[in-house]
Ligand binder design. Structure first.
Ligand code: MTE
Ligand code: MO
Length: 496
């Protein structure tokens, strides 16, 4: 094998092609859920810097809309799996990222262990003028000379350096800066990239840069003489049998494309099974960070967003309207299940139990964010009063909105959500009764909504009517631990 194309470069390249395709396509699926890019974490409607959707919603829209209306259905050719499957797209993204990072680590270790790094890491600023000269040569349809004793010309070396040592780590760092658990625990880390939306925009731009690099990279390989380069890449030997090399290269590419088709088809055809299978790999990872990180958010009043999107239409029906009209005077929140002291609380009882105020950032799974001040009862205070049985592992929140009536799209049933006990005891987990200093508005969950500040928004059930402590959620709804998990195949762990 040649010194310049050792076998591990070849193998990590093949794996990387597969991972990158999965990451691009699942990332595009995630983008389709909120096909807009902002620089500010307020995400003012209509003020995005990029909109990949024809639909327009304004803050002053006359017709009520919720953020799920902004979601687009993109083709399974482009997106994995396509057709409004954010939950599954995220599963694929988070499954693949683990393998992509692992492959990258193996590559980096090999690069340094073998001394190959000398071909990738420029050690002198002269690489910059040399690269400009090399690009000049290409523009005159000439191939620039490689650096003496090295396989690459200067522009090539610089590009590889930027991709491997700058873009890849930045892509991982901006990815982490979108996790609500990470942002809740380390708000300062989020600020490095200009907040969640800054990280999201950079993550998108880096994806475009990766795509551009791949196009140029492949074009260059073709320009440099495809059969020879293929022999060098596939067989690790530029002098090897070119027909064999072309055959193997084509077979590997075909296998990768077939795999894309199969996983896309399978994901669309067997959504529940895909959710469960990928969940086995993704959930433990998500759970680990949700468990370890407690929310430590204290935004100033000036950070409060002028506009806070709504997700989910309010409960339909006369009963709810009547309660809302008299300020929920007769409303009772029932708390029961595996507890020593089941209770029914009027709003005034809850207010007496305890009170806490917090200014925090909301992270909807679709991608938008907004900051508000919430006030209410720490869930820990309710727990202290009802005394859950040691068998109780999860808390269920039952809501008053029947999604079959309010949303359609073939989905049905009352909204509900569950969280593990340790999240319920998180210091910033509260039953919110107020938003921005006023009683909770109807669209944001009146009279009571949950705030779990390390989690994605879909966990924070609005319009709560009852709370139950349980040891098992498999008998509730479709058994996946929440309405969006049941109906939209979201992961139950929502820390990223
Ligand atoms: N009962 C109920 N709670 C819900 C939802 C819903 O549709 N019904 N949507 C969830 C989602 S996906 C998000 S992002 C937040 C949105 O909260 P907001 O409408 O106050 O912005 O509420 C969550 N809680
Ligand atoms: Mo959401």
């Amino acid at each position: 094998m040649s010194d310049f194309f050792p076998w591990w470069v070849v193998v990590t390249h093949a794996l990387n092609v597969m991972w990158m395709l999965l990451l691009f396509r699942s990332g595009i699926e995630v983008l389709s859920a909120f096909p807009k890019l902002h620089w500010r974490d307020d995400c003012p409607p209509g003020r995005q810097w990029l909109r990949l959707s024809r639909k327009q919603f304004g803050a002053d829209s006359r017709r009520p809309w919720t953020s799920l209306d902004e979601e687009e259905s993109w083709s399974p050719v482009l997106a994995l799996p396509g057709r409004k499957n954010l939950g599954l797209g995220r599963h694929w993204h988070f499954m693949t990222i683990q393998f992509w990072i692992l492959t990258g680590l193996v590559y980096i270790v090999a690069v340094f262990a073998t001394g190959y790094w000398r071909y990738l890491v420029p050690v002198h600023w002269s690489i910059v003028p040399d690269s400009i000269n090399a690009i000049g040569s290409y523009l005159q349809f000439e191939l620039p000379a490689t650096i003496p004793g090295e396989p690459f010309e200067p522009a090539q070396k610089l590009a590889y350096f930027v991709v491997v040592f700058l873009m890849a780590p930045l892509q991982i760092a901006t990815g982490a800066a979108m996790s609500p658990s990470v942002l809740a625990r380390f708000p300062r880390y989020g600020r490095i990239f200009g907040g969640k939306q800054g990280a999201r925009s950079l993550h998108f731009l880096l994806m475009c840069a990766f795509a551009a690099f791949i196009v140029v990279h492949v074009t260059m390989v073709v320009i440099h003489g495809l059969p020879k380069e293929l022999a060098a890449i596939v067989l690790g030997d530029p002098g090897g049998d070119r027909r064999l090399a072309t055959g193997i290269g084509a077979a590997v590419l075909l296998a990768i494309i077939v795999l894309q088709v199969v996983v896309t088809w399978y994901s669309l055809r067997h959504r529940r099974r895909t959710q469960r299978l990928l969940g086995l790999m993704v959930d433990p990872f998500e759970r680990a960070i949700s468990r370890r990180f407690t929310s430590n958010q204290h935004y100033p009043h000036t950070a409060i967003s002028p506009y806070f999107r709504v997700n989910g239409y309010p409960p339909a029906g006369a009963e709810y309207e009547r309660m809302a009209a008299d300020g929920f005077r007769d409303f009772r929140l029932t708390v029961g299940g595996l507890v020593a002291h089941p209770a029914a609380y009027a709003l005034a009882d809850l207010r007496e139990l305890g009170s806490q105020r917090q200014i925090t950032k909301h992270n909807c799974i679709q991608g938008w964010t907004a900051v508000a001040e919430w006030a209410g009862v720490p869930l820990a205070d309710v727990i202290a009063q009802v005394e859950p049985d040691p068998r109780a592992t999860r808390v269920v929140f039952y809501a008053m909105d029947d999604k079959g009536l309010t949303e359609g799209e073939g989905r049905y049933g009352y909204f509900y959500g569950t969280i593990p006990i340790h999240l319920a005891e998180n210091p910033q987990t509260i039953l919110a009764l107020e938003m921005n200093g006023a009683p909770l508005p109807v669209e944001h969950g009146a009279p009571i909504r949950l705030r779990v500040e390390t989690q994605l928004g879909f966990k924070m059930v609005k319009w709560i009517r009852a709370i139950e402590f349980v040891d098992d959620v498999s008998e509730i709804g479709m058994g996946m631990g929440g309405w969006r998990e049941d109906q939209q195949f979201y992961a139950n762990a929502a820390g990223i």
